[in-house]
Design a protein around this ligand. Sequence first.
Ligand code: E4P
Length: 218
Amino acid sequence: MRFFVDTAEVSEIRSLAEAGLVDGVTTNPSLIAKSGRKMAEVIAEICALTPGPVSAEVTATEYDDMLAEGRYLREIAPNVAVKVPLTEAGLRTCRALSAEGTLVNVTLCFSPAQALLAAKAGATFISPFVGRLDDIATDGMQLIADILKIYRNYPHIKTEVLVASIRHPIHLVEAAKLGAEVATLPPAVIRQLLKHPLTDSGLAAFLADWRKTGQSIL
Ligand code: E4P
């Protein structure tokens, strides 16, 4: 399973990349706004930190403008994946950009039918939002299971399921058990994945015993 980082904070991406935990990055207009930086500048910096896909989202809502924004964004770096919303104009843009060889991430997916349409439009990635469904008392992980089942029924579909809106480690583990190709995780969730109380207490006990030996390795 590939891990994308869901942030526009360059320092976070850099430190996670140094630990080998970044296979790509996803951003959205809210994350860019939170960074307080110019979008083109921050996307260029992120693209230099990882060879993996870096999602940069269009903000136009009409087809012609979306396509123009997508073509602009893909010029920032070869690893830009243009992110488009799951609307009719978004799917049309997806189809046009995919035909031009551009990576496209179709975002804001909340139903299996929407995911099927994105695949038909040639999406590289479909981003179903599990956390936001859970927030409205709907089983987000069931959506992932349904999309994977549908895509596997049609082996010609090459669209990868990019599990988004992940809020905690259990979302990730469940998505991995289902075999989703990619998950995008906020940096805080990636750090939560590392933690286990038995790791902490086990390490403390090893180090206490080691100190008693009076030795040092170097
Ligand atoms: C995905 O590409 C989105 O940026 C993200 O996962 C949305 O997550 P949220 O629902 O926590 O905002």
